[in-house]
Design a protein around this ligand. Structure first.
Ligand SMILES: NC(=[NH2+])NCCC[C@H](N)C(=O)O
Ligand SMILES: [Mn+2]
Ligand SMILES: [Mn+2]
Length: 301
């Protein structure tokens, strides 16, 4: 990432997850020294932006939808999309703190108003590629990538006018190890690249990340990193709502983000799914602060 000003956007929204708590994520990540760390790395940082649910949700709830809190997730995403688009227009680098992963519908819709051919690197134990028709849970955080790709009933243009869907060939998932049946079928057929834990074990994280940067950068005008903290092994990141064993290690996560920093091509990022109420001694919030540090240039030596 270049040394442009960073605009931290807090999104204390957790209704897209199956259990409450991730709405406390942004305040915890800020409390454990994020801004100080970014200042030390030489960035100008603004961190007063907080996206809250509008008092009157304008989008009528779709009563035939099987998804829980759909109207709320769309409403918060619309407000977030506007803020993200404004940030990019003003030359800032958006750094969004979730919140559950449903908010990435808003981040990506806002970004594509500017980056018409956006690449996406999606770090996650899951793929969040269910649709309203395949979701086993009804939880909005499980469909957000499908929405951004234009595959779900909810379309990016409904979240932000002028938004365009991400193309599957510009999208790379890293760290997957818990995929639902509909998601697997889709990944196999659509041209998305998915480096599961199997590929990370076989090829090594350095190779996987370099490939991801190449694929997400090929023919695109920006690359967004969406980092679901449940991509990291629950031993290191227990404070998350849908933990899955066998994840990315502490060092693999840092190396991945260090490589992304070195590449200089990441244009925005979000860090989501920190649930402080499930955390052990705030270990997960602190980890996220350090991981964001690596993305923005922190080095061991
Ligand atoms: N962002 C997340 N943590 N997503 C978990 C999704 C779990 C499951 N695939 C579902 O659709 O409900
Ligand atoms: Mn996710
Ligand atoms: Mn996940």
């Amino acid at each position: 990432m270049g040394k442009s000003a960073i605009t931290v956007i807090s999104v204390p929204f957790g209704m897209g997850a199956g259990r409450p708590g991730s709405e406390m994520g942004p305040d915890h990540i800020l409390k454990f020294g994020l801004v100080k760390k970014l200042h030390q790395l030489g960035y100008e940082v603004s961190y007063d932006k907080r996206i809250l649910l509008p008092e009157h949700i304008e989008i009528a709830a779709n009563i035939s939808s099987p998804m829980k809190h759909e109207a709320e997730a769309i409403a918060i995403s619309s407000v977030l999309a506007r803020e993200v688009a404004d940030t990019v227009r003003q030359g800032g680098t958006p750094l969004i703190l979730g919140g559950d992963h449903s908010i990435s519908m808003g981040t990506l819709s806002g970004l594509t108003q500017h980056y018409r051919e956006l690449g996406v690197i999606w770090f996650d134990a899951h793929s969040d590629l269910n649709t309203e028709a395949t979701s086993p849970s009804g939880n909005m955080h499980g469909i957000s990538l499908a929405v951004a790709l234009g595959l779900a009933g909810i379309k990016p243009q409904e979240i932000a006018s002028g938004a365009v869907p991400i193309k599957p060939e510009h999208c790379v998932i890293i760290g997957a190890r818990d995929l639902d049946r509909g998601e697997k079928a889709f990944i196999r057929s659509c041209g998305i690249t998915c480096f599961t834990m199997h590929e990370i074990d076989r090829l090594g994280i350095e190779h996987v990340v370099n490939e991801a940067l190449r694929i997400a950068g090929d023919g695109t005008d920006g690359i967004h990193l969406s980092f679901d903290i449940d991509s990291v092994d629950p031993i290191e990141a227990p404070g998350t709502g849908t933990p899955v064993r066998g994840g990315v290690s502490y060092r693999e996560a840092h190396l991945a983000l260090e490589l992304m920093n070195e590449s200089g091509v990441i244009t925005s990022a979000d860090f989501v799914e920190v649930n402080p109420s499930l955390d052990h001694n705030n270990q997960t919030s602190k980890l996220v602060v350090d991981l964001i540090g690596s993305l923005f240039g922190s080095r061991i030596l």
